[in-house]
Ligand binder design. Structure first.
Ligand SMILES: NC(=O)c1ccc[n+]([C@@H]2O[C@H](COP(=O)([O-])OP(=O)(O)OC[C@H]3O[C@@H](n4cnc5c(N)ncnc54)[C@H](OP(=O)(O)O)[C@@H]3O)[C@@H](O)[C@H]2O)c1
Length: 253
């Protein structure tokens, strides 16, 4: 399928590794001028060099912290200077602090604050600055990476579920508010995708027991779902949440 986004300007946050880097790779493969944003400048430059070499597309790497408004504004300004107004925004973010525990065992207020800033506040800071630029163009695609815990809470995942559910609410409101401007807003919900962070934080064999497909997912499988929501042909889908979880969520929708 031609995704119809060749030449468009795409921002992928949290893209120095893991799912964010896989999503940026897929978006660059579709011919988007791609902006990478994360804190580790060296890792970002490595990902940028790989994407340029593999896909021959223009890639801009901006190092910064997405929980900090000034860094987010600098990233948006640099995007506009280098490539023009953004049309695709993928909101991938950092993980909650590990190791996660039962809700009543999470007694450290600092961990709750950190989880809130990383997962909910940071996407809000980014989208407030980027979505109005899409409205000006009367075309845009916003895709947030949340978690399948939003549909099926997993043991010890309160620090994730609480704020990802917040992001889901934020995206659903935004979808209604910007639909008339030709901007779609959707969520992709990973679970058990084999990133370095996942396989070093959890026992992969224990994880696989929860997955009806009987294996961990690949980052490129998650990236394919994101790329579909970023595409021209997905234009009649907004406000949706699609899990990429090997069948883990045991619900009708
Ligand atoms: N893998 C799964 O199956 C799964 C399941 C459910 C949810 N998720 C969620 O999906 C997201 C990606 O997962 P992952 O496994 O790829 O995690 P990861 O390897 O930890 O990647 C997180 C990315 O976000 C960046 N980041 C973290 N904090 C940041 C900040 N304050 N500002 C800017 N960038 C920041 C990191 O780069 P820097 O350190 O360089 O900033 C990195 O590029 C996470 O939020 C995770 O919780 C994943």
């Amino acid at each position: 399928m031609d995704l119809g986004i060749r030449g468009k300007v795409a921002i992928v946050t949290g893209s120095s590794g893991g799912l964010g880097a896989a999503i940026a790779d897929r978006i660059a493969a579709e011919g988007c001028r791609t902006v990478l944003f994360a804190r580790s400048a060296d890792k970002l430059e490595r990902v940028a060099a790989q994407l340029r070499e593999r896909h021959g597309t223009e890639v801009l790497a901006v190092a910064g912290d997405m929980t900090q408004a000034a860094d987010v504004q600098r990233m948006v300004d640099r995007t506009c200077e280098a490539f023009g107004l953004p049309q695709v925004l993928v909101l991938n973010s950092g993980r909650p602090p590990l190791k996660m525990r039962n809700v009543l065992d999470e007694t450290d207020d600092e961990r709750w604050r950190q989880a809130h800033e990383t997962q909910l506040w940071a996407p809000l800071l980014v989208l407030r600055r980027v979505v109005p630029l899409m409205q000006q163009q009367r075309w845009g695609r916003v895709v947030a990476v949340t978690s399948a815990t939003v549909k099926q809470p997993m043991p010890h995942h309160g620090l994730s579920t609480v704020y990802r559910a917040g992001v889901t609410g934020l995206m659903r409101h935004l979808a209604n508010e910007v639909a008339a401007d030709g901007v779609t807003v959707n969520c992709v919900l990973p679970a058990s995708i084999a990133t370095d962070a996942l396989v070093t934080s959890y026992d992969p064999q224990e994880r696989i027991k929860r997955v009806p497909l009987g294996r961990l997912g690949r980052p490129d499988e998650l990236a394919a779902a994101v790329a579909f929501f970023a595409s021209e042909p997905s234009g009649f889908i907004t406000g949706a949440s699609l899990q990429v979880d090997g069948g883990m969520v045991a619900a009708l929708c």
